[in-house]
Design a protein around this ligand. Structure first.
Ligand SMILES: Nc1ncnc2c1ncn2[C@@H]1O[C@H](COP(=O)(O)OP(=O)(O)OP(=O)(O)O)[C@@H](O)[C@H]1O
Ligand SMILES: [Mg+2]
Length: 317
């Protein structure tokens, strides 16, 4: 299923990531922005690439704007999963190399303005539906100033709102750095959906996990799910089918509760309308009866009056 229309107008688009589309009830919010955050090597780029490849294979062209890795590197890494980015690049995928050398840059603000205008043109040309800004924080960190960063983040957010594209912005998390943690809080606040990826390298074994932290306008499974990066990309919830079933059941339960709530509201509204109709009827009956009595009285008076006048006339003659 590529698109899932939800109550209230939110449509979801499939990422093609096994398990993720289940725990979110359909995938990413269409035409909105998802922040995929995590430490180095946690799978952010794979997540983003897989979403683009899925879109491209289903007729939704995409754009990958890379701020950290070279396009050649990305194409090579993707080949390990069987994704032929070179082939997709003919008409379904555009990779834009947005890496910059700080020394070659006069102003990041100017660079961003030019870059966004350029992407808009490309997007229109290929009819893009999905876009990825991979490691946007690599560019933002060059600003070195919190206020300027926020200003630029707002600019990217406004651009994305206007562009009507399903977007993924990836950002690298470094746990102990307060400066970047403030940046991430702000990015989370601006995104409609937030996905956190984690990599826990152990002594003998390492493990990965994924957790959806936020999803505006939709319920989602809040558990932390195990993740595996396999031969065909990311797989979520592979260790325990039970966890996935449990969370899917929770999503269904949330939807049922929502439906129950809506039914209750509807019933209340119907009861109220019945009460209003009853009152209206009572009012009409009461005032109608009064009016009827009044009309009868008036008629009676009218029929009596001419008789009296006639009898007076008769008496006079
Ligand atoms: N073909 C593959 N099979 C299994 N695992 C792979 C394969 N290719 C990459 N990986 C794993 O995926 C990890 C890289 O994932 P990815 O590049 O998406 O991380 P990232 O979060 O984007 O990292 P960074 O912050 O450095 O950009 C590697 O560390 C590697 O363990
Ligand atoms: Mg990456």
């Amino acid at each position: 299923m590529l698109h899932t229309k939800k109550r209230g107008g939110l449509t979801k688009v499939a990422t093609g990531i096994q398990g993720f589309d289940d725990i979110t009830g359909g995938g990413l919010p269409e035409d909105r922005t998802t922040l995929v955050m995590g430490g180095p090597g946690s799978g952010k780029t794979v997540f983003a690439l897989q979403t683009l490849v899925t879109g491209a294979s289903r007729g939704e062209p995409g754009i990958l704007v890379t701020f950290q890795e070279s396009p050649r590197q990305l194409i090579e890494d993707a080949a390990a999963f069987g994704w032929n980015l070179g082939e997709l690049e003919k008409d379904k995928l555009v990779i834009l190399d947005a890496r910059i050398r700080p020394s070659a840059l006069k102003s990041i603000e100017l660079y961003l303005t030019g870059m966004l205008a350029g992407i808009k043109l490309v997007s229109g040309e290929v009819g893009a539906r999905r876009i990825v800004f991979d490691s946007l924080d690599a560019l933002l960190s060059l600003l070195g100033d919190r206020t300027a960063e926020r200003h630029e983040m707002f600019r990217v957010r406004d651009w994305l709102l206007e562009a009507d594209l399903t977007a993924i912005v990836t950002a690298q998390v470094e746990n102990d750095d307060p400066f970047t943690s403030q940046r991430h809080s702000f990015m989370q606040f601006m995104a409609d959906c937030v996905v956190n990826l984690q990599h826990h390298p152990g002594k003998s074994t390492s493990s990965r996990s994924l957790r959806v932290l936020k999803y505006r306008g939709s319920g989602f499974a809040e558990d932390e799910f195990p993740v595996r990066i396999g031969g065909s990309g990311l797989e979520v919830g592979h260790h325990s089918g039970v966890a996935l079933v449990r969370s899917s059941a929770r999503t269904i339960q949330q939807e049922l509760d929502e439906a129950k709530g809506q039914l209750r509201d509807r019933l209340e509204s119907l009861n109220r309308q019945v009460e209003i109709k009853k009152t209206e009827l009572e009012f009409l009956l009461k005032t109608g009866a009064k009016r009827l009595r009044k009309v009868r009285n008036t008629r009676a008076m009218q029929t009596m009056k001419p008789r009296r006048a006639g009898s007076k006339r008769r008496a006079a003659s």
